[in-house]
Design a protein around this ligand. Structure first.
Ligand code: HEC
Length: 126
C-alpha cells in the first residue's frame, strides 16, 4: 500500500465511525421536543405524552388541542408506528392547521431512532 493510500484510509476512518453510530432517540427528544413536551402526564406548550402511543389522537386530559387535531381525532386518527412517524416527519401534512410548531424531522435514521424511543418510553408509563 502506498503511503498516500494509507493516509487517505486513515483520514476516512473517523468519518465512517461517526456515520455508524446510531442516532440517540432520547437526545433527539431532548433537543427537538422537550421544550414543549414531557413524557409524563403534565401538559406544557404541548400535551403530556405519557401513554400516548396506541391511543386516540387528542386525548391528553385538560389539553386544549387545535380544532384541526380534534377533527382528526374524531375521524379516527390514532398514534401508531405509521401515524407517529408521518406526523413527526411533517406535522402539517398529517394535521393541516394544527398548532404543533415543529417543522418536522426529515432525516430517516434520526426519525427512526426517535420513534423507537417514543414507543418504548410511552409503554413504560402507567
Ligand atoms: C413548539 C412546541 C412543540 C414542539 C417543539 C413539539 N411539539 Fe408536539 N405538540 C405541540 C402542540 C401544541 C401539540 C398539539 C397540536 C394540536 O392540537 O394541533 C402537539 C402534539 C403532539 C402529539 C400528539 C399528542 C396527542 O395527544 O394527540 C405528539 C405525539 C407530539 N406532539 C410529539 C412531539 C415530538 C416527538 C416532538 C419532537 C420531535 C414534538 N412533538 C415537538 C407542540 C410541540
Amino acid at each position: 500500500m502506498s503511503i498516500r493510500i494509507a493516509l487517505a484510509a486513515l483520514l476516512l476512518l473517523p468519518t465512517v465511525a461517526v456515520a455508524q453510530t446510531p442516532p440517540d432517540g432520547e437526545a433527539i427528544f431532548r433537543r427537538d421536543c422537550s421544550a414543549c413536551h414531557g413524557m409524563d402526564a403534565r401538559n406544557r406548550v404541548g400535551p403530556g405524552l405519557a401513554g400516548f402511543w396506541g391511543r386516540a389522537a387528542g386525548a391528553a386530559e385538560n389539553f386544549r388541542y387545535s380544532a384541526a387535531m380534534r377533527a382528526k381525532a374524531e375521524a379516527g386518527l390514532r398514534w401508531d408506528e405509521e401515524t407517529v412517524r408521518a406526523y413527526l416527519r411533517n406535522p402539517r401534512e398529517v394535521v393541516p392547521g394544527g398548532t404543533m410548531a415543529y417543522p418536522g424531522l426529515r432525516d430517516e435514521a434520526r426519525l427512526e431512532a426517535l420513534v423507537a424511543w417514543l414507543r418504548e418510553r410511552s409503554a413504560a408509563q402507567p
